[in-house]
Design a protein around this ligand. Sequence first.
Ligand code: 7TS
Length: 415
Amino acid sequence: MSTSVAEVVAGLDVEKIRADFPILHNKVRGHELVYLDNAATTQKPQSVIDAIVGYYESSNANIHRGVHYLSEKATEDFEQTRQAVQRFVNAAEAREIIFVRGTTEAINLVAQSFGRANVGAGDEVVITAMEHHSNIVPWQMLCEEKGAKLRVAPINDRGELILEEYAKLLTPRTKLAAIAHVSNALGTINPVKKMIAMAHAQRIPVLVDGAQAVPHLAVNVRDLDCDFYAFSAHKMYGPTGIGALYGKAALLEAMPPYQGGGDMISSVTFEKTTYNKLPHKFEAGTPDMGGVAGWRAAIEFMNGIGVARIAAHEHDLLEYATEIVGQLPGVRLIGTAKDKASVLSFVLEEVHPHDIGTILDQQGIAVRTGHHCAQPVMERFHIPATVRASFAVYNTRAEIDALARGIRRVQEVFA
Ligand code: 7TS
């Protein structure tokens, strides 16, 4: 596929970027792969694959334990990645970055540690109507255990948060607000900086679910002033099974550990255990060192291009897709917020999204269909599911043309 004028204007050589991703050169069902399921997980560049292999070929040993060469090397590499993650989101200190399995585990950590210590009977946790299940269910579990209440800030027909309603939910009973930075089902970018300031005006701490933001926007946790920020490596060209929780040091210091085990202790006797300092207090057990090595390469990949240029390219793709797909007869876009990132969700009159996904797949086009782990969003729009195309830096306008042709083919089949 050739590079379009817009891609050149954005300053990206997309063909060169694509050349770095081995999987993009596979044929799928006899067609060139058109991978538009990036919100679920992005593909990985060769440098990330090499970093994982390289870790096992030349660095593997358990960290924070051995005095031998490999253990020291593995530990140093691991801690250097922590610093790379710290810089990537502009955290003040490396110890504010806790390695976890991903966004889901980061949110559960806050719910189980901060939540169980600070939320009691009659208290409230505020979320929004566009959350992924990962930012709903941990709070429901907490609220159920504690006799607390989950309050949900509503969204309008474009899929934008209604700020006045959110403001009304922030009360002295609110112990935490947990909000998506970018919605995975709608693509809406929430005004999180403002939402955080509104909560802080009432001394309410805020967790931001950044799973869909970190791949597409320059995230600056100190500028946002969020208290917690959760994200996954696998949505930003890195490996699966690794992610981070950013937390302000003072809050993390005050929180009890979430899991017990090796590495999180300072000393253990049968009578009493004292806990290790940050970040190790929250990192019980042997972590995913290979994944951490791969994540560093993913951060270097994104920095090498520049997050601003990635965002500009993806914005061009989203605008183009909105125009091309949006004007097809029978297509209804779900999620038309003014501020959006990289997600085009839609339904087609009379055809179930799963049938659309299947027919697109026969043409080598990968999209996600279903409720996208955001069932309340589907309910809000009175639909069972959508088709979701989501974009990454290696996608092209030509692939969006292929998507539009694919949708027309679906319409022919169902005519
Ligand atoms: N929060 C948001 C906004 C997400 O989009 C996802 C994953 C998660 C949390 C959970 O992240 P994980 O890495 O812990 O799984 N979203 C999707 C998706 O849209 N399609 O597949 C996974």
